[in-house]
Design a protein. Sequence first.
Length: 475
Amino acid sequence: MRYARIVLFVLALCLLTSFVMAADYEIRTTVLNDSILPNETAAFKFSISNFERQDLRFQIFTFDTHWVLLVNPPIVTVKAQSLEEFTVLVKPKTSVGYGTSGVTVTVKELGSGVLSQESLIIHLIDPNQQPGGYVPSIQFTPTYPASIDPRNPLLLTLNYRNRNALNITDLAVAITSPLFNRSYDTALGPLAEKSEEQAFDLDPYQRSGDYPLRIVLSSKNKTVNDFVGTLSIAPITDVQETRSGSSFLFRSATTLTLTNKGNTPTAYDARLPTSLLRMPFSSADPSAATAVIAGDRYYVWNLTLEPQQTVTLTRVENYRLLVVLILVAIAAAIAYFLLRSPLIAVKETIALKDEEEGVSSALKVRIFLKNRTGQQLTAVNVIDRIPSIATYKAQEHLGTVSPTKVVTTEKKGTMLKWELDVLEPYEERILSYSLASRLKIMGHMRLPAAKVLFATKAGREHVVYTKSTVYKEGR
């Protein structure tokens, strides 16, 4: 009996990968799971290579009534000159005894009716066998998210299934990864199934990418199961804005602070509003481009933020120079209106042509006076002087105000003086006189400025001068 078991074991090793070769197709089988409990299913992979130039159809079945054969689909079609792979499941009936058994599977090519047979070796485990005859056999499946957010705890679920009657009291679990490490002990009873959850806090700024995960189960210093997988950290994009501002004496500063709370480099466009009127008084640090977005103008920064990187952007609007210029203009205007003379005096000359010779020998001089305030001006005295090259000619026209004094000297010429008692608010006066030149005026003649003295209602005395006038022949 012992010899027979050895022969069957050797035969099983030889049939782990077997194949049947026909003239126009080839069948290969590979063991997926051949050691099962009575309530489990054995699995084998069938590979059929079609060397023909036409499609072939195969039916897979067994004549062994102790086993149930499961094939999906029941009819397998293999394309011309191609390979088709499928799984065949074999489930024992209650009549199958414990130990090693052989199952003959028939493969029928439906076109030609040719039958091929495959022998599958299956080990049926007795769940009631004494523990001393078992070695630890654990079906182990960990589950975890396909994409992991490092900001949240990672929940790792470990699913155990004891495949025999061995009571494992010293099951050591070692979980290793570049992201975390943990070891602990647990127990697994005979044919028991259980799940355990392990939670891990990750670095919230862990870079995105794939990281290896290894879970080793061991009992009595021997490895029972060794799982190797991959943890995929998802890229997290989370740029947070914080805006603050300050203002003092017509100068305002707006600060925009950007922080990348994610775990991957992130391209980010930051912007602060501005306008064409505000831009001459604005500046951006660091320098920024301007763009019109949805009809509004903005300072725009195109940035790439590394994880945990913080960038500070500042827009400054400084209106102090503008305010100073406005204040200076207002002060100048106020000073002008406060300091300007309340009386305007203008002197002009008009040439009188000689009809026979066509040159000027006489001039008419007019002095315009205007009180441009709402107050009365008193003691208005106008003094004008005629050069010695010319002589004064009195005028007797209606409405003409004649000088109250005319004084002539050889060196200083002729001095004229008008004495007016008062100039009413906004009143205008014109003083005029004529002068005759002793010589014909062929070039030009300068007339000195007239002097006007007056007093305001408050009793303050003022002096105003007209501009000196220059008469030029032909002007």
